[in-house]
Each structure stands twice: as structure tokens, then as C-alpha cells.
Design a protein around this ligand. Sequence first.
Ligand code: TGC
Ligand code: FAD
Length: 386
Amino acid sequence: MLDYLKVSDLLTPDERLMRESVRSFIDAELMPHIEEWFDSGDVPTRDIMLKLGEMGLLGPNLPEEYGCAGVSGTAYGAMMYELERCDSGLRSTASVQGSLVMYPIYAYGSEEQRRTYLPELASGRMIGCFGLTESDGGSDPGAMRTRARRDGDHYVLNGSKMWITNSPVADIALVWAKDDAGDIRGFIVPTDTPGFSAPKIKRKMSLRASVTGEIVLEDCRVPASSMLPNVKGLKGPLGCLTQARYGIAWGALGALEAVYNATLTYTSDRTTFGKPIASRQLVQDKLVWMLSEHSKGLLLAWRLGTLKDSGQLNYAQVSLAKRNNVRVALQGARLARELHGGNGITTEYPVIRHMLNLETVDTYEGTHDIHTLIVGRDITGQNALG
Ligand code: TGC
Ligand code: FAD
């Protein structure tokens, strides 16, 4: 594992063990197939979910009484790191299920909702998706148009969601909609409900090992009991995003490790003008930049983990880390692509796959600039967002 500053020594023995077993599982079960899945854009999500469930990678930091692994926030972060070392699309699949579907059911759901859904989702037998973004501008989710009209003991949902990870293959969708009072509420919607459809988004050049779709709701009628009772307002979905962004702050560094390792090997083997290109100062400068940003990012992620585990973490700190770690991973992947020369544009090598994936990671879960403005607002008290 790439760990120049021995950050692993800061993990507990249990956290290290979990990380190592996840790493071995990923190398054996997922790594051998990832290029084929990315190239074809055809990924067996259901099989992968069952494997992730078996390894305890779905909602791992939620309590054991709901079928989850009950690990620390730091261990959860390290698991996301290992998944994204393979591919951001696989980490996305786990993030959405754990942080965006299971977390809100755990944090905002009724006890009955928790007992009905969490064990199924933790095992991977059930797949969930999270519908917040709409086509008019995902950065401003408070402006959503999707509506939930109360009709007796039901709600009738109308509207549409865009860019929803796993919606075409999901069994349930966690849909955020405004009720008659204009308050944002969360609804658990089985995807076989009449009026629900989820067309797949095609021609993606990024995150190809992850299915993305729309959600279309046309008079989609759900029982009132499918609403999450314990949260109202934008802080509901934003609270879930904080969990997922935390995992991404770790995960992006896994992708950076993958492109760094590939580049170290490639530049050591590649000879021009009679010497390996790794012997050139310009090449070493780029390798050292990647290593240096990886090392700083890992310390940042670890500190985020300790703040999370001691209950002190706030969402602006998570924004700072997501913004930083994803952007350095993306820049590192671009350098890695450059150092692979022409070979860097084919998926024979992992660098362009990670680079293309990280373009999405830099955009979703809040764009780089939106996170700048969240941190800017936190430190100045001035809102430059709207
Ligand atoms: P604002 O006034 O800032 O906030 C409204 C209420 O929410 C609270 N809050 C948060 N709570 C928890 N976590 C956060 N990150 C929070 N951010 C804000 C806030 O305290 C307030 O609470 P209260 O009690 O006062 O009501 O609302 P705003 O409309 O000004 O929001 C602006 C902004 C930029 C913060 C927000 O809208 C934003 O983060 N935009 C980016 C949207 C985004 O990230 N979408 C992601 C969609 S899901 C996705 O991409 C999944 S990808 C798949 C994968 O993860 O792998
Ligand atoms: P916009 O909000 O239109 O932003 C466009 C540009 O304008 C960006 O550069 C942005 O930084 C900038 N901008 C916007 N507002 C401001 C401002 N106030 N000041 C300065 N600059 C601004 N969403 C879900 O709900 N669930 C999912 O599962 C999910 N999965 C996704 C999977 C993929 C592959 C992708 C690509 C996206 C996914 N998303 C999901 C949506 C994602 O969260 C949004 O794409 C993201 O929040 C940005 O929204 P947008 O694409 O509409 O861009």
C-alpha cells in the first residue's frame, strides 16, 4: 500500500486488519474484471452488491443490530479508499447504498423502516438509489420541483430526477420531494410502484463501471408510511451528503494510489535516450508531486476520521477535504496520463479510466467550486452561493 508517511500506524489494529482484508478481497474479486466492465459499460451491479454485502462493505459504520458491520468512521473511510483504488464507480455503488440510502433510513426513519430495509440493503440483496438532483441545476437542490401531494393516507409523487446512480437497477429509491407545505421530505419508493420509471443514461465517458439513470415520477402513489418521519427540510438530504463526501475524501486517494503506482512502474520500464524516463528530473518532479499530495491527503482523511469518530466533525470540514482530495487525485491522474504518453490514452493502462472517473467525482456530491463556497461561507460568514 502507498503510505509514505506511515499513516497506517495511526489506525487501530482492527482498522488495519479490516483494511487489509478489504484490499485482498478487492484484488481477488473485483480488480480482474474492472477493465472489462469499464470498457463495455456493462457492470453486473447485483452480483457486485452481493459480494460487497458479504464483505460488510455496505453501510459498514451503521450498528450491527441492523445487519451492518458497526465499524468506526475511520475504518469506513479506509474501506472506501480500497474500493476506489479499484474504480470510482465501485466506490460510488457502495457510497450510494451505505451513505445515501441506508444512512437516511437509519438516521431519519422509523424503527419499522429500519428493520424492514437495513438488513436487506446491508446484505446487498436489495439495491437502493438516492434521488435528489434535478436537471435544472444540481448545485441548488433547494430549488427542486418534484412534489409530494397528500391524498388521504397516501402521497402522490410527480417530478423527475437526473443523474441518479443505480436508479435503473434499484429495488427502492429514496426520493426527496416538496410536500404541500413546501417542505422537503424523504420517501422510500419501491421501484415497481406504478408511475415510477428509471431510464438509463447512455454515452457516459466517465464512471462507466456504474449505472446511472433518471427517475421519472408520474402520479406515483405511495403509502404515507413510506415517508421518513424524523427529518424535514434540506438538512435531511444534505446530512446524507456529508456522510458520502466523507467517504469520497478517503476514496479519491485510493484512485491516486492506483495511478501513482502504475506511473512509477511505467516510468521505470520505459526507456528513451538510453535511460528509463524515471531517471529524468521532469518526471521525478511529477512523481514527487503525486506522492506528496497523496501523503498530505491521507493525513487529512485520517484527521477527518478521528473528528468523525469523536463526534466533532462539521460539514464544512468535510467539504474542505472532499474538495482538496478529489482535485489532487484528478490532477495526479492527469499527470499519470501524461507520463504514460500515447499508451496513457488506452484502457490497457488504468490511468485514463481513473482520470475520466475523477472528472465525475470532482463534480458530484457538490462540485469543486460549490465546496469552495461552502468553506468560504463558513470562514467569512458571507454567503457567496446565491
Ligand atoms: P443551506 O442554507 O446551506 O442549508 C440548509 C440546511 O441544511 C444544513 N446543511 C447541512 N447539513 C448537513 N450537512 C451538510 N452538508 C449541510 N449543508 C447545509 C444547514 O445548516 C441548514 O440547516 P437548517 O437547520 O438551518 O435548515 O442551504 P442552501 O440552499 O444555501 O444550500 C447550498 C449548498 C451549496 C450547501 C447545498 O445545496 C449543496 O451542498 N449543493 C450541492 C448539491 C450536491 O452535493 N448534490 C449531490 C447529489 S447526490 C450525489 O451526487 C451522489 S453521487 C454518487 C456517489 O456519492 O458516489
Ligand atoms: P450545475 O449545478 O448546473 O453546475 C454547473 C457549473 O456551475 C459547475 O461548475 C458549478 O460549480 C457551477 N455553479 C453552480 N452554482 C454556482 C454558484 N452559485 N456559484 C458559482 N458556480 C456555480 N445526484 C443524485 O441526487 N443522486 C445520485 O446518485 C447522483 N449520481 C451521480 C452520478 C454521476 C455519474 C453524475 C455525473 C452525477 C450524479 N449526481 C447524482 C448529480 C450530481 O450531484 C450533480 O451533477 C452535481 O451536484 C452538480 O449539479 P449539475 O450537474 O446540475 O451542475
